[in-house]
Design a protein around this ligand. Structure first.
Ligand code: NAD
Length: 247
């Protein structure tokens, strides 16, 4: 069994997931970098973890596939003897106004963003309960709190994640496992690049009191704190990292 705490970060090949993986590795956790397709990008994340003096491993699986998740988490337990921290970060956004949203897009968004976190939490729970201070952090979104036109599926999934966080926090509290949610505002990643046109970006900046789009590291700092022993009395909470966009 590894002496270090073991953390699984889903969707860690780029963006916010990569920044979280690096922060946790820097704090001395052994980080499992999950990815689906881009192994080279995931390997870059792992290299960046090592540059910070950290350790970790790559693990390919699709969070939306319950069987793959179950198998992958068993593999972590077999190879490393423990799983202390789960960060449900993997997510997709398939945007479009309701009338144009296909039921397949609705279903895929829910499958990845909400059911993905459910599959991972379910498979990880038995190991988290054995950990000294088990942690779950779900990456939701400001959109799950206040909605956004053109993001009905995404908002539903991210709001669902907040409910799931609170229910699971109550279930696991007796064993000192904390479960929290982080709701980022607008963060500079490939996801926002793909979905946010320039004019929308300028309009948005005006609504952010701190006057800038967030960085993946801004989110990672909150996660770093929530998984640490310093956050042992915080559970079932929604931690906003949004530059003041929503207060
Ligand atoms: P991103 O698209 O750069 O990263 C998402 C990651 O999830 C990618 O590595 C992708 O490969 C992975 N992923 C997607 N489907 C997967 C699956 N089925 N199984 C495993 N991995 C999968 O986006 P990001 O901006 O870094 O977003 C990370 C998380 O933060 C997401 O949950 C997103 O909804 C949330 N978020 C992002 C923002 C933002 O402004 N960027 C704001 C609020 C919330």
């Amino acid at each position: 069994m590894l002496s270090k705490r073991v953390a699984l970060v889903t969707g860690a090949s780029r963006g916010i997931g990569r920044a979280i993986a690096i922060a946790l590795a820097e704090d001395g956790l052994f980080v499992i970098v999950n990815f689906t397709a881009n192994e080279a990008a995931a390997a870059e994340t792992l290299e960046a973890c090592k540059d910070k003096g950290g350790e970790g491993a790559l693990l390919r699986f699709d969070v939306a596939d319950a069987e793959q998740v179950e198998k992958a988490i068993k593999q972590i337990a077999t190879e490393h003897g423990r799983l202390d921290v789960l960060v449900n970060n993997a997510g997709i956004a398939i945007n479009g106004l309701l009338m144009r949203t296909k039921k397949e897009d609705w279903a895929r968004t829910l499958d990845v963003d909400l059911s993905g976190a459910f599959h991972c939490a379910k498979a990880a729970a038995r190991y988290l309960l054995k950990a000294e201070h088990g942690r779950v952090v779900n990456i939701s979104s400001v959109v799950g709190e206040q909605g956004n036109a053109g993001q009905v599926s995404y908002a539903a999934a991210k709001a669902g994640l907040i409910g799931m966080t609170k229910a699971l926090a109550r279930e696991l509290a007796s064993r000192a496992v904390t479960v929290n949610c982080v709701t980022p505002g607008f963060i500079e990643t490939d996801m926002t690049d793909e979905h946010l046109p320039k004019e929308a970006r300028e309009g948005l900046l005006k609504q952010i009191p701190l006057g800038r789009i967030g960085r993946p590291e801004d989110v990672a700092e909150a996660v770093r704190f929530l998984v640490s022993s310093r956050a042992s009395y915080i559970t079932g909470q929604v931690v906003r990292v949004n530059g003041g966009l929503l207060m």
